[in-house]
Structures are given as C-alpha cells and as structure tokens.
Design a protein around this ligand. Sequence first.
Ligand code: AMP
Ligand code: ZN
Length: 144
Amino acid sequence: MTQPCVFCAIVKGEAPASVVYRDDMVLAFMDIRPANPGHVLVVPLEHADGVLDISDEAVLARMFSVGRQVAAALTDSGVRLEGFNLFLANGTVAGQTVFHVHLHVLPRFSGDGLGFTRNANARMPPQSDLDETAERIRHAGGWE
Ligand code: AMP
Ligand code: ZN
C-alpha cells in the first residue's frame, strides 16, 4: 500500500464515517456516495487491497455474514428496499475504486435504474468448452 488508505483512516477513527456496525474483524459504514439510499460498505479492519489478499478466511466469512445481517437490518429499517445486492468489485476492470477490499450492501427497488449489464448476445458455449474450463480451474485450484 503506497497511498494513504481512506478506509484504514475510517477504521482508525481518523476520517469521518457513519458507522452501522463494528466487531473485532470488520466495520460497516454508510457509503459516502450511495447508489441508493441505505448503501452500506463492510470492510475488514486489517487492510487488504483485494479479496485475494485477505489472509484469514474467517475475516472473509465475517464480511459476508455481517453483510447479510446488515441486509436483514436494512430490510426492517424502513429504508426503501425490495431486494438487495451483495456486491464486491475486485480490480479496476471490475469497477474497484478504493483498494481496501469492501462488500457493498446495496438496497434495490424496481425502477431504481441500477443494473449489471451483460452482453445480451452471449452465446451458450458447447458443453465441451465448459468442461475444459472447469478442468483448468480444478487444476489451478488443486481440486483434482
Ligand atoms: P468500489 O467502486 O467498489 O471500489 O466502491 C468504492 C465505494 O466507496 C464507492 O461506492 C464510494 O462512494 C465509496 N467511498 C469512497 N470514499 C468513501 C468514504 N470516505 N466514506 C464512505 N464511502 C466512501
Ligand atoms: Zn486500508
């Protein structure tokens, strides 16, 4: 980490944040530029640039567990919510702009104008292509 990290500053209490939840592993706070009202971020207390840099699997599990609990609380909070996204951007090409890993808890409602666009013309590849890719992933993951 070469640049000062804004989320580390929030964790240390050196930058302002509207905190929702804190425990010994993660902090949840309001996104400063919410995509919809109630947009919350869940971050590990210990800095990691991306999800692959989290060294403790328990921290990753806690992020998702707290993300789900925040989503449940949002559902009961009166914030407009018909569904939600648990969303994590890893890498610039995936939309990551703050390089301290964070899980978005994003309330959704019909007509909110948000979306994750996919190529509408995506073809269905032959099963053999899927099998080959699955084999490559199994090999790389050491699951053979
Ligand atoms: P991402 O594009 O997935 O990296 O998301 C970064 C998110 O962090 C964006 O939704 C920003 O609005 C949010 N953000 C950036 N700086 C702050 C901050 N100081 N406090 C709260 N949220 C922030
Ligand atoms: Zn950080």
